[in-house]
Write a protein that binds this ligand. Structure first.
Ligand code: AMP
Length: 219
């Protein structure tokens, strides 16, 4: 299945996408993570992308081209033969339109989460410096404080997860992705997942998503 997961910054897209990818045996493609790896490895792409990621500028022509180049490579890998779930992409209408030229999409999952819940989540988020696994100090804490369960790498708070940057990203998110959501709504591809319960465990939300996906598949 070829999926897109959408939702505000902090809506849990990354966590859910990772679990859905395992449950459905499809490739999890997070453009934010791909960019962070390129930047960390100081590749040509990473050097070009760094300035846009630091400014959280999502719509510049150059970052658009970089993202499309990265994704074309990823979706042609054997690991993607069973399908994939995009997380953090498409972020602009131009990206959605260019995506149509390289692949079709089966379903778009839209996560609806209240803003206060979003801010609480972001300030509690920690990412592994080594493997990129994302934790939440409240809902998905690491077993040992500050240490990644998977690779024992050091956990850190991303610079784009400060309050100021988060607010900017939220505004950018609305400005850029609302038209993307409309684009997919008009195609009848969007399923809505409301998550307004801060106590809900990630697996419960994932189960609800998987249930809805099964219904879409059999319709
Ligand atoms: P994320 O991990 O999805 O929050 O992405 C982190 C940062 O990477 C974003 O704030 C953007 O600067 C950049 N980024 C990730 N995906 C995209 C995309 N599809 N288009 C443009 N910029 C992106």
């Amino acid at each position: 299945m070829k999926l897109i997961i959408m939702g505000q910054v902090g809506s849990g897209k990354g966590t859910y996408a990772s679990r859905i990818s395992k449950a459905m045996d499809i490739l999890h493609l997070s453009t934010g993570e791909l960019l962070r790896q390129e930047i960390k490895n100081e590749t040509e792409i990473g050097k070009r992308a760094k300035i846009f990621v630091e400014k959280a500028d999502w719509s510049a022509k150059e970052i658009h081209d970089i993202i499309m180049e990265l994704l074309k490579k990823e979706i042609n890998k054997p690991e993607a033969s069973n399908g994939f779930i995009f997380d953090g992409f498409p972020r602009t209408l131009d990206q959605a339109k260019d995506l149509e030229k390289i692949t079709d999409i089966d379903t778009v999952i839209n996560l609806n989460v209240p803003e206060k819940m979003l801010l609480d989540r972001i300030t509690n988020r920690r990412t592994c410096k080594k493997c990129g696994t994302v934790y939440n100090l409240i809902s998905v804490p690491p077993k040992k404080a500050g240490i990644c369960d998977k690779c024992e790498g050091e956990l850190y708070q991303r610079t784009d997860e400060t309050e100021e940057m988060t607010k900017h990203r939220m505004e950018e998110n609305d400005r850029c992705t609302n038209p993307v959501l409309e684009f997919y709504r008009n195609k009848g591809l969007v399923i809505e997942i409301v998550n307004d319960n801060p106590e809900a465990l990630p697996n419960e939300v994932v189960e609800r998503i998987l249930d809805k996906l099964k219904k879409v598949k059999t319709e």
